[in-house]
Structure formats: C-alpha cells, structure tokens
Design a protein around this ligand. Sequence first.
Ligand code: GLU
Length: 439
Amino acid sequence: MTMDHATTTTPVSDPAGTPTSTAATAGGRALAAALTQFDAAADHLGLEPGLRSVLRQPQREHTLRFPVKRDDGTTDVVTGYRVQHNVARGPAKGGLRFHPHTDLDDVRALAMWMTWKCALVDVPFGGAKGGVTCDPHEMSLKELEALTRRFATELEGIIGPDSDIPAPDVGTNAQVMAWIMDTVSMHRGYSVPGVVTGKPIAIGGSVGRSDATGQGVVYTIEATAARLGLELQGATVAVQGFGNVGEATARLLHEAGAKVVAITDVVGGVHDPDGLDVPRLARRFREHGTVAGAPDTHAIDNETLFALDVDVLVLAALEGQITAANAGNVRARILAEGANGPTDPGADPILRANGVTVIPDILCNAGGVIVSYFEWAQNRSALAWTLDEINGRLRRQILAATDAVWDRAGADGVTPRLAAHAIAIERVADATRLRGLYP
Ligand code: GLU
C-alpha cells in the first residue's frame, strides 16, 4: 500500500484553524486524524475553549531549507522540519524521520502524538517531531552523513538537552544520532551526549534502547491478552513492518512462544500458517533488505495480512493503514499499534463493533520514548544502568499506563484510544493551568 493514495479531498483545518491543506496527502490525513482524536478527547473532558486552542496547535514550527552536495557533484536543496507541539511538561521530545512523504502536516501530527505519549506514560517531556523530505535508501552513506550534519547545524539553537531532544524514527537510526551528537559537540567544543537519544551505546546510548519500542509493544500485548484471557504462548500473530519496531516485536513475540505467521515489509511479505522462523527472516532482511521470497513461505501483501484470522495483528509501519474501507476485514482479537497513527479515526467504530481490541499507539509504542528518557537521565547523571534495570523500569512504567488506560476505558465506557488521549490531555492541561499564562 502506498501512502499517497488519495482517498478524499476533504479540507483539513491546519492548527491555526485555517483550511490550508487537504487530506489528499498522507501528512494531511495524519494531521486530520490527530485533530479528530484530540477533539473527541477534549469534548469528552469538557476542556475549556482557551486551553483547547492552546493544546490543539503546535507551539513552535521550523521549516529549514538547505543545500546538500550529491556524490555526482550536483547540489540538492532539501527541506527539513522540527515542530515542538507542547513543552508544558518538560523539554520537547520526539524522533526525526527521513522519508519521501515527510511534510509539515505529517510532522505536526507526529509531534502532537508525542506530547500525548509522553504525558500518558508519565515521562517529563513535551512533544516534538522532525524530519527531512528525502529517501535515505537512494542516498550513499556519505550523502546521508552530509545531509544529517547540515540538518543538525540548521537545528542549532532549537535542539539541546534542556530544550528539545531528537531520537530515531522511520528512516533514521543510531548512526544518524551519532552524527547529530558529534556535530553539536564539535560546535560547542565539548561532548553533549544528552542532545539526542537512541545513540550507539559506545557514545552514551542506553542498553535496551534499540529493542525498547518492540519490547514495550510486547509488554502491552501481554497485559491486554491477559485481560482478554488469551494465552500468548501459541497465539498467532501477523506483523506489518519489519524495521526497528516490527523486527523487535516479531522476534520478542517469537521468543515468548507466540506463532508469528505473517510479516510484510516495504518490498513484500511472507506467510506460513505453521509459523515463520523469525530469526532466520531477520538475517535475510539484513542481507537482502526484505523478507520477501524467503524459502518455505508464501508471498503475502498488506491487505491480505490485515485480514488474516490471527489472535494479534501488529501494525509497525506507517500512518493511515487501517481505514473505514478495510477495517471490516480485520479479524484479529488484538490490534497493537506499534507505529504512530496506523489506524484512521473512521476505522475505530468498525473495529469496536467487530470486537477488535485496539492497543492505541500512544500507549503501545511508548517503550521507545520511555527508554529514551532513561538514556537522557543516564547521560545527565553520568551513570550506566543494566539491561535488567532498564527492562524492569520500562515494564513497570508501560504497564502502569496500560492499567490506567483499561481502567479509564471501563469507567468512562469509551475506547482505549479515547481513554488514553483523555488521560494524557488532562495531564498536559493540568501542567498548563499550574504554570499559568506568561506574562
Ligand atoms: N520515534 C519514537 C516515537 O515515535 C521515539 C521518540 C523518542 O524516543 O524520542 O515514539
């Protein structure tokens, strides 16, 4: 499924309230989804109009255009973004995405989701997101490093350990974080490890960070399955996406005794009703850049994967995958949102009516930012925690949020998504009221 397949041209109000973008772009649809979710939660909470308009829009938006030299000697001008949605609860926090569909609306949506995610799992951060419109798979390592270092330079004055802390996201990784950390450190004249999280361990990264999002997805699935009386041992699982989140989730579920029967990646997919050999597929992915064509498997596409009769469907790719058009095909008991915004608001009532339990993204994939917080705290204290400490704390923190979401959903008679947003927005609203208006 491509992300720029236009399903509607409904005008979308931009965060300032003016209809400037249309839902014809993937970013426009993501922003429309984020705003619809916010409005539903704000209505549910009866949020006062002033606070509502404060929280509905990003506090700061940066669009940066800069030249990058290609290996063939030509120069490209690329566009980068950093949006800080809200900093009431602490420094802005969120990933950097390098992807051809990255645009301002997409980054606005993703930044808003970060604010709610950090509040929901109670890490002392606000929300931000950034990215560059580019295709890292089309670039050499040298070009990628040059683009990253120039982007880091453009971000000087915006990012910093006390103001705004980037991390990996789609199309970026620990190496990209290392280049950003080094660029900022060279400019300052001393090492600034706390300026980014998701760094390599050798330069101040945390053990457990690379698996953290997938590990958190697995903890939330375990807790949800237990509530539904579903045994994870032997449960069937389908996973869309085999990047950082999808690979770790599939591997950890496989290790926990679940039967992963289908995986798709950006190129293709594999299916085996008897269960896939996930470690072998991970090796194949590293060598070939795709799981497609692995021996003893059948090919499968995303739409067929979404419709499989499995216990757990994990969405670990991009936004807007399950919509009103295909939600009725989902037969899984649990839909775990490892990606940000994979389910369109139009799909939610259909999933609910069909008895599909959704673990909402801002809860399900929060393991990444939770361990980012641990990494930042270690950098600030110059201490190194053990993997047991990291995973123990991650488990406690994400399960506390999971319990809070299920309890609130039950008490208010609402979906887990609405409950998660209500808890998060309430916390950000409380912080905003306590801080008051300046001057
Ligand atoms: N990009 C990840 C997310 O969407 C991690 C963000 C972070 O660690 O700051 O949650």
